[in-house]
Design a protein around this ligand. Structure first.
Ligand SMILES: Nc1ncnc2c1ncn2[C@@H]1O[C@H](COP(=O)(O)OP(=O)(O)OP(=O)(O)O)[C@@H](O)[C@H]1O
Length: 299
């Protein structure tokens, strides 16, 4: 279990993370979302023990992580910009990982050659960006971390390789209860991978929910009336966005599905549809509610 408790982080005058609290249960996948510069990488670097928070506590299975070698041997942080030692081969990097990570699994490393079709004696710096990312996953999965922190993890991988990596990730979460934190701007991927998400905005956690719960409380409504929508239509409904497309009114509404349907039907619409939102749409409208400009992007 990763526990983040009232954590703040400053860079000089900038408060990059402001009083953030959440937890990630063992054996689950947590998606960290947010606009550019929201603080995702900073938070992940603190969870990985690379940065020290100015306030609050971060623990993994009850123990603080910063400068804790025993804990760090259980964690791997895969940054968006990968780093390998210059001129090393995959085999040489694997030998390095074997000394660093006590749970390194040499048998798994060899077995994964079938999944990552790259010669292990090839020099990594000569490989393409996507191949280097494959190597990073190959080494990471062979190191058998208990906690895996992934910053924009699947960038640069082709569709087949993305699926292979996701399968191993799911397998490690299900079979050995690996705990994963992922940050990504690809919300379709996050939706597919994560059990729970947190949205960061200007360093604060503005939403923190299970993906399934997130979707049950926000809906897209398409409705039309004879003439304009009656003013009472907007009362008693938590409309977070609205836009007219000709005579059709498109709204994003917070609330329970059955209550929204009952309210709308009371107003005798000539057309009415209630549609689910994708995670990408939820992200856009929730961010809109926090002052992030979203005009005319209803999809
Ligand atoms: N080492 C640092 N020194 C000073 N400021 C920093 C440092 N690292 C990050 N910041 C600042 O902290 C804020 C959060 O940055 P961070 O990289 O955590 O955002 P992010 O959510 O990962 O963004 P993106 O989605 O664009 O990658 C930004 O304003 C950034 O300029």
């Amino acid at each position: 279990m990763i526990q983040i408790n009232h954590v703040s982080k400053r860079f000089g005058e900038l408060e990059a993370i402001k009083d953030v609290t959440f937890s990630v249960p063992k054996g689950s996948i947590y998606g960290l979302l947010g606009s550019n510069g929201a603080g995702k990488t900073t938070l992940m670097k603190m969870i990985a023990g690379i940065y020290k928070q100015n306030k609050g506590t971060i623990t993994i299975d009850g123990e603080p992580i910063f400068e804790n070698i025993k804990q760090k041997e259980r964690i791997i942080f895969l940054p968006d910009a990968l780093y390998f030692f210059p001129h090393t081969t995959i085999r040489q990097m694997a030998d390095f990982y074997r000394h660093i990570y006590p749970k390194w699994n040499e048998e798994r490393f060899y077995k994964m050659q079938e999944l990552f079709p790259i010669n292990m004696n090839q020099k990594i710096h000569r490989m393409s960006k996507g191949m280097q990312r494959q190597v990073a996953f190959w080494l990471t999965f062979s190191a058998m971390p208990d906690v895996l922190i992934l910053d924009e993890p699947l960038d640069g991988l082709d569709a087949v390789m993305r699926q292979k990596v996701k399968n191993i990730l799911f397998q490690d979460v299900a079979e050995r209860e690996m705990t994963v934190v992922i940050s990504s701007h690809n919300l379709f991927e996050v939706e597919d991978l994560c059990d729970r998400i947190g949205i960061l905005h200007h360093g604060s956690l503005i939403i923190e929910k299970e993906i399934d719960n997130l979707k049950t409380n926000i809906h897209k409504v398409q409705v039309a009336f004879h003439g304009q929508a009656p003013s009472s239509f907007f009362q008693q409904m938590d409309v977070i966005y609205k836009e007219y497309r000709g005579s059709v009114l498109l709204c994003i509404v917070r609330g329970k599905e059955e209550e929204i349907i009952a309210h709308i039907q009371k107003h005798d619409p000539i057309l009415f549809d209630l549609l689910p939102l994708t995670l990408e749409e939820i992200f856009i409208y929730e961010m809109g509610g926090k002052g992030y400009a979203i005009e005319n992007i209803l999809i």
